[in-house]
Design a protein around this ligand. Sequence first.
Ligand SMILES: NC(=O)c1ccc[n+]([C@@H]2O[C@H](COP(=O)([O-])OP(=O)(O)OC[C@H]3O[C@@H](n4cnc5c(N)ncnc54)[C@H](OP(=O)(O)O)[C@@H]3O)[C@@H](O)[C@H]2O)c1
Length: 357
Amino acid sequence: MSPPTQTRQWILTNPPSSLPVLTGDNPTFTLRTKDLPPLTDGQLLVKLLYLSNDPAQRGWIAAGINPKRLYVPPIKQGTVMHARGLAEVVESKSDKFKKGDIVTASTGWSEYTILDAKTVQPAPKLPGGLARTHYLGALGFTGLTAYCGTTIVGEAKAEDTVVVSGAAGATGSMVIQIAKKILGCKRVVGIAGGKEKCKWVEEYLGADRCVDYKSESFHKDLKEATRVSEEKEYVDVFFDNVGGEILDFMLGRMAKHGRVVACGAISAYNSREPLKLAHYSDVISMRIQIRGFIVMDFMDKAGEVVGIFKKAISEGKLKVGEENEHVVEAGFEEVPKVWMKLFEGANTGKLITKIKG
Ligand SMILES: NC(=O)c1ccc[n+]([C@@H]2O[C@H](COP(=O)([O-])OP(=O)(O)OC[C@H]3O[C@@H](n4cnc5c(N)ncnc54)[C@H](OP(=O)(O)O)[C@@H]3O)[C@@H](O)[C@H]2O)c1
């Protein structure tokens, strides 16, 4: 079969200032068909198999964003939505990859993509029958974020009480396991939305407790969950994926010299409401450090971290498998709809789109 000469792509047509809109006259994204030019030397044509769904993508398309305050150039109106994907090489003009190879790359929301082979990473078969989609999650940027955020940014140690928001999500579910099983932290408490997710965080991931932030008794439950003794009731490390009211509450629960790992703030990504920090003065009185970071700061650690994870998997300290992923099989025309599930709390573990056909 000869390679395709056209591809469908999802284009950013209307940068959102609140929740992205998928229907109506002025949708955030529009599906278009584009001609594919012939390959030149050093290029590959790849077919998209799986897409990584990341809350960060929402920041890259925000209306009125100041590019100087973003860590990557924002996506321009009228261009393809950026995303990482797992793809198959269908044509190659590079000696680095051949037809049939499976790779990870910045494919974007495009069924077929022409890529410079230098920007593409091989995705060889994983041992133990582990699905290659984990290159987009636990064994990719998600795992690197979780490990470096916990160990380098948060400096979590065995004697620490660690709290993780978004604990049932892609990053949070790795942080819980790293803190509890790899670092052996004394008390590890998750925060997640709903009883079922909390049960999974405790029973499958091994958290000492997980607290439902949607429950009326959330504040009381969290105080109880983090209480180790009369003397030790505050939190040393808070790994925050959510921001907003949960961050504010946690500032009031940090121990003296506690570290807040500012990884994400998904509760605010679709909102224009200013964040009120009632507990800001605790930052001063308790000498709390709020440490922001971006996973790209730690790219040089990627190989080392995958090695640590492989060893931890073989020792039974880290679970990476079907349970860590929420794979949704969907037609290419449903790609934005699946991505929006991130903001509905539909996923447990990493949200992956499997492209039908
Ligand atoms: N700094 C970095 O380099 C870096 C790298 C990767 C990710 N991040 C950030 O880390 C966070 C987690 O990313 P991820 O990829 O692991 O995705 P994820 O946690 O799987 O994100 C989806 C989950 O977020 C929660 N959520 C959605 N809307 C929420 C809201 N309004 N309030 C509270 N929770 C909400 C939901 O869980 P519940 O059902 O529990 O609400 C949902 O299942 C994001 O903020 C992301 O931007 C940062």
